[in-house]
Design a protein around this ligand. Structure first.
Ligand SMILES: Cc1ncc(COP(=O)(O)O)c(C=O)c1O
Ligand SMILES: Nc1c(O)cccc1C(=O)C[C@H](N)C(=O)O
Length: 399
């Protein structure tokens, strides 16, 4: 006999976390937490208090009462809870795209004499566009890897692209379409063996997949906070720079916030010796506070527990989708996938529109993919069951 969604929710050790989020929408199922996570109740209170008391009450004094340090203190919290990063290597800043731009320049600058940037053709558009832009600006060449969408960047595929011209490799830890999880330690080692540096885009893995950047010897990493970190639309991103690169890495938007003495108003620029050198201008205090609340919720239960639920839930989703006879483009092996599951269907766009009409929110990705994001802190088995039941009703007449 199959286990009911109610029984699965009752047995879920993270089920109570759902109550820590605002869930007052009219949806049957929200399966898009991998694009925009739900609003934590703590964030609602924290931001209201910040606006009223800190901004409203303290005004400019807030900068010397803690705001200036926030990018680094919250960066350290995020690094410790989500990235396996010791303090002093992670900072909250800008958007993922801007941070990727900074890191590509910084990494390329550390490998003078090498003129290739390697990236896979399946990577997220902003990553691909920025690699092209930075390569052009620096007179470098883009070396494209063309992996299979499901297998994605394996050691073999990457090996064929690396050589003594490789300066930098940019990889996404979890593929935004297939959900394939790459071997971060293994691929990092392969890049290093070629004498190159690696930048990891952790957008679709941080908060749902345990990550050990320090232990893996990763050079650089970047990611957004509005997905599994639940920090809200447009919340700032984070940048990780391994300690050993900190004093040498130079980024291209050096402003007063990356300078050694922020309020020194010096005539000449001297980069901060700390991770602050990755900042540029005034950060969004409200945005960083939202990141802090999201990180604290994850830290409370730990990424390992989140991953355990994610593996079970994505496995359960795959079973339900298999029963509907749908084609999956997500690895069947839990060790090889992140926390979203993707279906390929020629009518994916129309199906997604019908699902949304019936209160089920997944997302559609060009050209024929429907992505179901399972966010372990907020997604219930009841939601997943309702979504797949409705999906079955929608696809049945189409075939
Ligand atoms: C893998 C990946 N990288 C980068 C981004 C874009 O980052 P942003 O728009 O926050 O700069 C996203 C999602 O939007 C993404 O999924
Ligand atoms: N960042 C987004 C946005 O500003 C608008 C709509 C969606 C997004 C997303 O995050 C998309 C997401 N990265 C994806 O994997 O497709």
């Amino acid at each position: 006999m199959t286990t009911s969604p109610h029984e699965l929710d009752s047995a879920d050790p993270l089920a109570a976390m759902r109550d820590r989020f605002v869930i007052d929408d009219d949806l049957v199922a929200y399966l898009d937490g991998n694009s925009l996570g739900r609003l934590p109740r703590a964030t609602l209170d924290r931001l209201a208090a910040f606006v009223r008391e800190e901004w409203g009450g303290r005004l400019i004094r807030g900068w010397s009462e803690g705001w200036v340090e926030l990018p680094v203190t919250v960066g350290d919290e995020l690094g410790a809870a989500l990235l396996g990063a010791a303090a002093g290597q992670t900072v909250i800043a800008d958007s993922t795209s801007v941070c990727i731009y900074k890191l590509l320049h910084a990494a390329a600058g550390l490998r003078p004499g090498r003129d290739e940037i390697v990236i896979d053709a399946t990577n997220f558009p902003t990553d691909r566009y920025l690699v092209e832009a930075v390569a052009e600006a620096r007179g470098m060449t883009v070396r494209w890897i063309e992996p299979d969408l499901v297998d994605n960047v394996t050691a073999d595929v990457l090996a064929g692209a690396l050589g003594d011209r490789t300066a930098v490799v940019l990889l996404s830890h979890v593929d935004y379409r297939s959900g394939t999880l790459l071997d971060l330690p293994g691929l990092t080692e392969a890049v290093h063996a070629a004498g190159a540096l690696v930048i990891w885009d952790l957008c679709h893995s941080a908060g749902v997949v345990p990550i050990a950047l320090d232990a893996s010897g990763a050079d650089f990493a970047v990611g957004c906070t509005y997905k599994y970190v639940n920090a809200g639309p447009g919340a700032p991103a984070y940048v990780y720079v391994a300690q050993r690169h900190l004093t040498h890495a130079r980024q291209p938007i050096e402003g007063w916030w990356s300078a050694a003495d922020l309020f020194g108003m010096s005539d000449t620029y001297e980069a901060s010796p700390s991770i602050r050198r990755m900042l540029s201008g005034t950060p969004s205090v409200a945005g960083i506070l939202a990141v802090q609340e999201g990180v604290r919720l994850i830290a409370e239960v730990g990424v390992e527990a989140i991953r355990a639920k994610s593996e079970l839930m994505t496995g359960h989703a795959i079973e339900l989708l298999d029963e509907l006879g749908l084609e999956l483009v997500t690895p069947g092996d839990a060790a090889l996938r992140g926390s979203h599951v993707t279906v390929r269907h020629p009518d994916a766009r129309a199906i997604t529109a019908q699902l949304i009409e019936r209160g089920v929110v997944p997302d559609f990705r060009e050209p024929d993919l429907i992505r179901l994001g399972l966010s372990p802190l907020t997604t219930s088995y009841a939601e997943l069951a309702a979504a797949t039941r409705i999906l079955g009703e929608v696809v049945a007449p189409i075939g």
